[in-house]
Design a protein around this ligand. Structure first.
Ligand SMILES: Cc1cc2nc3c(=O)[nH]c(=O)nc-3n(C[C@H](O)[C@H](O)[C@H](O)COP(=O)(O)OP(=O)(O)OC[C@H]3O[C@@H](n4cnc5c(N)ncnc54)[C@H](O)[C@@H]3O)c2cc1C
Length: 523
């Protein structure tokens, strides 16, 4: 048995969620150990849709540009029915003005994991590969994890907290005895990454709708490379893992009703769709994040993105508590905020999934007749873009109902406490360029007379080490985003959600907010 490792946080699992949590803890200067039973990051492409909110988080890690360069922007949607093109819609700027990343990026999970792992390595950190969690116990003071390496050596890790980022079958969730209720869709999905030769250009996310179901071709980086996803019919009786690739190819050809040739298959898989969430994201000093806490249909490509955001939400809270800057109660807001998000997500993805794959005759009629006919109208409507993009891209997630959102003062604004900091430009640059530090941000938006000056407002006092204070011009874009034309100030949490917002320059509101949230533990 090796010497006991002592650390602040033990992370179980180095998928996208565990790696993201580790990267965020590096940003916040918190100690951690990641244990992963596999020998390295996944070699499989798995998730491919990377949404705007994830790219905004990557931007803070300095990874967004590389992610975009390595991936493909889904610039267009092409709808096929009966093998014929029924419509083409431009998506390249669908979220224009709402995010610096107004699109969906196609970047395989394996490449996301490599990016995140690269960040860890470049900061002198690593993962304990080939090391599986065997068991753990917790007391009021901490957690003890017992892990075993592939060559059978046992090791003990003592930490203040444990986070199970250990996937859908989560041993941590099982050990904690937390229920994971929901349902399983009867039909089997297939997925294959391959080269597709057909008459269409490699420039669009192509959806082929049929009476029974659908096939989607997602363009990937590389000549004519696609991710192909579809569903077997109800009568298809094979279990996951028993399906031969030839059966998938036959299915694609039958469903798409197009003359196409599929070859150079790099990866294929089949799976059943489950929709489940855990009853609580936390139990004592242990937390769950990512697939360990919620799984859902692939509609909307939300899984990996949601795990990355769970990690983002938890990291700053762990950091403040571990540094003694906040009471442990702050950690309760992780379950409060992310459980509500998971419930909403399951409802939305279930609805999308039923429309895309539901077998009823009415859905089949909508899929093949109504949807292609109205899609152009839908995609062209600005208001729909503004509703659909925030929902799918996850920039619309808010924590308005959470206890960290103080609403006194926000009645005069379009942006409410609990909303993500809206995107706009300040002096030609993204406002997010000023919000990269792992701190609270107190922003005073001032008119030309300098009605709100942060230094005058005394923000450099007792919270100087926790809060970054900036005075910004009250430009037209800022006024439009917040729905006001007078000076105001916003206190952003370290994850850039609005904690408090008020007109004028008084210090009372935001100071009281921080007094409550950051009351040091034990003092
Ligand atoms: C075909 C397919 C397509 C998908 N498409 C999308 C998409 O387009 N967009 C999207 O957002 N999501 C998509 N998803 C979902 C996405 O892949 C998952 O949501 C994502 O992998 C979850 O990441 P995670 O880190 O939470 O869990 P995982 O990726 O499952 O990682 C968990 C890790 O924990 C490790 N582990 C488990 N037990 C132990 C133990 N005892 N000790 C140590 N380590 C352990 C595992 O080895 C694993 O590496 C797709 C999934 C599939 C299968």
């Amino acid at each position: 048995m090796g010497a006991t490792i002592k650390t602040d946080v033990v992370i179980v699992g180095a998928g996208p969620t565990g790696l993201s949590l580790a990267c965020q803890l590096v940003r916040h200067g918190v100690g951690f150990v990641v244990v992963e039973k596999n020998e390295g990051v996944t070699p499989y492409s798995k998730a491919i849709g990377v949404h705007a909110r994830t790219l905004e988080i990557y931007e803070q890690l300095g990874l967004a540009r590389e992610a975009v360069e390595r991936g493909t922007v889904a610039g267009k949607v092409r709808l096929l029915s009966g093998g014929e093109v029924r419509g083409e819609f431009d998506l390249s700027e669908v979220g224009e003005g709402l995010s610096p990343y107004p699109y969906v990026l196609m970047l395989e999970q394996s490449k996301n994991e490599r990016l995140l792992y690269g960040y860890l390595k470049s900061h002198g950190r690593d993962v304990l590969w080939n090391t599986a969690l065997e068991s753990f116990s917790q007391t009021e003071e901490g957690v003890t994890a017992f892990v075993k390496t592939a060559d059978g050596e046992s090791q003990t890790v003592e930490a203040r907290y444990l986070v199970g980022c250990d996937g859908a079958k989560s041993p941590v969730r099982h050990a904690l005895g937390l229920a994971f209720e929901g349902s399983t869709f009867e039909r089997t999905f297939y997925v294959a990454d391959a080269q597709v030769d057909w008459r269409f250009a490699h420039d669009a996310l192509t959806v082929s709708l049929s009476k029974e179901t659908f096939v989607v071709f997602f363009p990937l980086k590389g000549e004519r490379r696609y991710r192909v996803v579809g569903v077997f019919p109800e009568e298809f009786a094979k279990d996951e893992g028993e399906v031969l690739y030839e059966e998938i190819e036959a299915r694609v050809k039958a469903e798409a009703e197009i003359d196409l040739d599929i070859h150079d298959v790099e990866w294929f898989s089949t799976y059943k769709v489950h929709t489940r969430h855990v009853e609580s994201f936390a139990a004592g000093r242990c937390f769950l994040a990512g697939d360990a806490a919620h799984i859902h249909s692939p509609a909307g490509a939300q899984g990996m993105n949601t795990g990355i955001q769970d990690a983002y939400n938890l990291a700053w809270k762990l950091a403040l508590v571990l540094k003694g800057s906040a009471a442990e109660g702050l950690l309760d807001t992780y379950n409060e905020e992310r459980l509500e998000n998971a419930k909403n997500l399951l409802r939305t993805t279930d609805r999308m999934f039923q429309l895309a794959a539901g077998p009823e005759w009415l859905l089949s009629f909508v899929r093949t007749n109504v949807f292609p006919a109205v899609a152009g109208y839908l995609f062209s409507l600005d208001s729909v873009k503004r509703f659909v993009f925030p929902l799918v891209s996850q920039i619309g997630i808010n924590y308005r109902h959470g206890s960290l959102s103080r609403h006194e003062g926000d009645g005069d604004f379009k942006v409410k406490a609990g909303d993500r900091m809206p995107y706009f430009k300040v002096e030609g640059e993204s406002v997010y360029d000023r919000l990269r530090g792992p701190k609270f941000h107190l922003l005073g938006f001032t008119d030309e007379r300098g009605a709100v000056r942060m230094s005058d407002a005394g923000a450099e006092g007792k919270y100087a080490d926790l809060v970054d204070c900036q005075t910004l011009p009250l430009s037209g874009q800022a006024a439009e985003a917040f729905g006001t034309d007078g000076p105001f100030q916003v206190l952003l949490r370290p994850d850039n959600y609005v904690g408090h917002i008020s007109a004028g320059a008084s210090t009372g509101g935001w100071e009281a907010y921080l007094d409550d949230l950051c009351r040091p533990s034990g003092r």
